[in-house]
Design a binder for this molecule. Structure first.
Ligand SMILES: *Cc1c(COP(=O)(O)O)cnc(C)c1O
Length: 391
């Protein structure tokens, strides 16, 4: 242990400390509260996919270092999935890279594509690894704030255009969007694409909730829009789509040049991703459409249950069009500080939620918003709703 005054944690990471999830999960444990903070399902994904992982382990497939870009079976399954769902043709050998979850895909993309001093424009509130990955890459984050409008968090396209400067290297997009539940419309995405083409920007797009859209919301991959195929790094993951968040199998699809760049960073982060799970995810991606339809229907019912309960409890609810999460406004309940509200909530009624302010640079803009996860069993959600009504 050094006794010098120099902090141990380097200055790129100093501002990040420990995540709110650790604090809130500890609070949940201490108070025996229902944890609707962190977004992981309390039920595992399809038995058949779990069995595929067991079979791979037993058959000795992937127990030794798999190929750096990912096993061919999975790369082919990813390419087939993009073709079948979106009509995107990919060369499975040159345009697909398997990563250790979407988290590594995000980090590797930014480390590969951003030079110190480059600006990265991202929508806030943002997923918490974005800011840290931009910082690790030496980039400067430039937030564009999504603001509530007609019951939905909306992107202001003029603000986005104004955020782009000659130093902007890339746009970091996330749709369906965590934590707000917004799904960017085709018109919004078209405007983003036009801006990227006009200003010659790269785009990294986090589409891990591509299968979790509700009602008539449509997920439009940015890479399908004119001029985007060659400048877009698309990120996907098995964690959310198949309810195996612990497996950490994600992927990048893009042009051969961009995939090669991202792989250059990935090879020194994890070198390769865990082998047996890759074979299982290859089988999962080939599941019939009914799996995806049923999954969406199940999650829609859960969204409805929690949204209705929160509304009855007095929250103002932004009905999510996608993701695992519902964002609420606590002001109708007489509060305006989400941090204080979430710290007190487990004691007051035995439920844990996350203050959206942690996902903002502009903490004031996020202050009155609180996020609840609904990727939990219906009986758990019903119990949580009962408790919240005590507020
Ligand atoms: C959960 C999540 C991730 C992380 O995905 P992993 O595959 O578990 O690394 C990335 N982006 C968003 C928006 C998420 O919600």
């Amino acid at each position: 242990m050094t006794s010098s005054a120099r902090p141990l944690l380097n200055r790129r990471l100093a501002e990040f400390g420990t995540t709110i999830f650790a604090e809130m999960s500890a609070l949940a444990l201490a108070t025996n509260a229902i944890n609707l903070g962190q977004g992981f399902p309390d039920t595992d994904g399809p038995e058949q996919v779990r069995e595929a992982a067991v079979r791979a382990l037993r058959d000795g497939r992937g127990n030794q270092y798999p190929p750096g870009p990912g096993v061919p079976e999975l790369r082919t399954a990813i390419a087939d999935h993009q073709k079948r769902r979106y009509g995107i043709g990919l060369d499975a050998d040159r345009e697909v890279l398997v990563t250790a979850g979407a988290t590594e895909a995000i980090a590797a993309s930014l480390l590969a594509l951003v030079e110190p001093g480059d600006e990265v424009v991202a929508f806030e509130p943002y997923y918490d690894s974005y800011a840290a990955s931009i910082a690790l890459a030496g980039g400067t984050r430039v937030p564009v704030t999504l603001r509530p409008h007609d019951g939905r968090f909306r992107l202001d396209l003029d603000e986005l255009r104004a955020a782009v400067t000659p130093r902007t290297r890339l746009l970091l997009v996330n749709t369906p969007h965590n934590p707000t539940g917004t799904v960017l419309t085709r018109a919004e995405l078209t405007a983003i694409a036009e801006l990227a083409v006009e200003r010659d920007l790269l785009v990294v797009t986090d589409e891990v909730y591509e299968h979790l859209t509700f009602d008539d919301a449509e997920h439009v991959p940015l890479a399908t829009l004119p001029g985007m195929r060659e400048r877009t790094v698309t990120i996907g993951s098995a964690g959310k789509t198949f309810s195996f968040t612990g497996w950490k199998v994600g992927w990048v699809t893009s042009s051969p040049e961009l995939v090669t760049a991202v792989r250059s960073a990935k090879q020194f982060l994890t070198y390769v991703s865990a082998g047996p799970f890759q074979y299982a995810v290859a089988e999962a991606l080939a599941l019939p459409d009914s799996y995806f339809t049923d999954f969406r229907a199940d999650m829609t019912a859960k969204r409805d249950l929690l949204s209705a309960g929160l509304t009855e409890a007095g929250f103002s609810v932004f009905r999510p069009q996608g993701t695992y999460f519902v964002t609420t406004d606590i002001r109708p309940l007489g509060f305006d500080d989400g941090f204080a509200f979430c710290r007190a909530l487990p004691e007051r009624c035995g439920v844990v939620a996350i203050p959206n302010a942690v996902f903002y640079d502009d903490r004031a803009a996020g202050a009155p918003f609180v996020r609840f996860a609904f990727c939990k069993r219906q009986d758990v959600l019903a119990e949580a709703v009962g408790r919240l009504k005590r507020l």
